[in-house]
Design a protein around this ligand. Structure first.
Ligand SMILES: Cc1cc2nc3c(=O)[nH]c(=O)nc-3n(C[C@H](O)[C@H](O)[C@H](O)COP(=O)(O)O)c2cc1C
Length: 319
């Protein structure tokens, strides 16, 4: 089980929280731009910093120029020394695809293969993986794309069961993921729509994959991996939820400084979605409304205390 890369979300602070709770074997850090790394952009290089407790980690890189990608991979290895490097070949966002980054690489397997080859040559023994979709608009592109990436040197493949054209619509096609697993000769991880811990086992059984990559399921739910591992699916007790949120907020501020509380709002709102809580809580929408306006850690602490008192005063109803 691995934490899937998510821009602005799977940063050092969140990965540390996931690690502390346990259950994830690998954490994928959010994508970084190869162009920015090569330009020695301080902020981008800083995005690859991590603390020992996060290991093993995989740093994902995006780009389209084989030599720039190779140089960036070597810099990341020198700067941070992650256990693996991953290439983003799945992002559907226009900002990336318009520069032939992300999922656009699936339109040009020979360019994608060249990137893999150059990056592999640059990082030596460090494992190199690629994260792909089914295809750009053809859902069967993966059938020829996977062997091409393996031949070029990819040592692990993860696949999200949607095309770029689908973006996030429809559902992740686990049947095609099963076919991909049969084609792949290197370790293969399934991704997409494994939203609940109990679905991990269902997805593994359905696809035959060697593991799963969890993205949105882990947002507001860093307990996802522990729950899936232990096959224990009860809602997280309110006290524990509050303690972990506070710990996460402090780590976030440590990483980004005092103003970090503003960017922490996006996490806090995930923590209080009803499907993440596992309980119906009357008035939760209004409470979330207050949480997404927090200006300081003290304000967050006060609101969490209020939440804890309120939750203990009412009968929580499991969803
Ligand atoms: C907020 C957000 C940011 C993401 N950023 C990245 C990224 O940096 N690199 C990447 O390969 N995929 C990224 N993804 C895609 C996820 O890693 C994953 O492939 C996709 O969400 C499907 O998995 P899920 O159904 O478990 O969410 C992102 C997804 C979300 C929701």
């Amino acid at each position: 089980m691995a934490l899937s890369p998510m821009a602005d979300m799977t940063d050092s602070a969140f990965c540390q929280v996931v690690r502390e709770i346990g259950g994830a074997h690998i954490v994928f850090r959010e994508m970084v731009s190869s162009e920015a790394i090569v330009r020695e952009n301080e902020k981008t290089l800083g995005m690859t910093d991590f603390v020992e407790a996060e290991r093993p980690i995989v740093q994902q890189i995006f780009g389209a120029d084989p030599m720039v990608m190779a140089k960036a991979a070597a810099s990341v290895m020198e700067h941070a020394g992650p256990e693996g490097i991953d290439i983003n070949m799945g992002c559907p966002v226009y900002k990336l695809t318009s520069n032939f980054n992300g999922a656009a690489l699936m339109k040009d397997p020979s360019l994608a293969a060249k990137i893999v080859k150059e990056m592999k040559a640059a990082i030596g023994d460090t494992p190199l993986s690629v994260k792909i979709r089914l295809g750009w608009d053809d859902p069967d592109t993966f059938k020829t794309f996977i062997p091409a990436m393996e031949k070029a040197g990819a040592e692990l493949i993860t696949m999200h069961g949607r095309t770029k054209a689908q973006a996030y619509s429809g559902t992740s096609d686990w049947d095609r993921i099963k076919i991909a697993k049969e084609i792949a000769t290197v370790p293969f991880l399934a991704n997409g729509d494994i939203h609940e811990p109990k679905q991990v086992h269902e997805a593994l059984e359905h696809t035959g994959a060697d593991g799963v990559l969890i993205a949105r399921g882990a947002l507001g739910n860093p307990w996802f991996f522990q729950k899936a591992r232990d096959k224990e699916y009860d809602p997280v007790p309110v006290k524990e939820r509050v303690a972990v949120i506070l710990d996460h907020a402090k780590k976030h501020i440590e990483q980004y400084g005092e103003r970090g509380i503003v960017t922490f709002r996006k996490h806090v709102s995930w923590y209080f979605k009803t499907n993440k809580l596992g309980y119906e809580i009357p008035g939760i929408k209004e409470f979330r409304g207050k949480l997404v306006r927090i200006q300081s850690l003290e304000e967050l602490e006060g609101l969490l205390k209020e939440f804890e008192e309120y939750a203990s005063s009412i009968d929580l109803i499991k969803t």
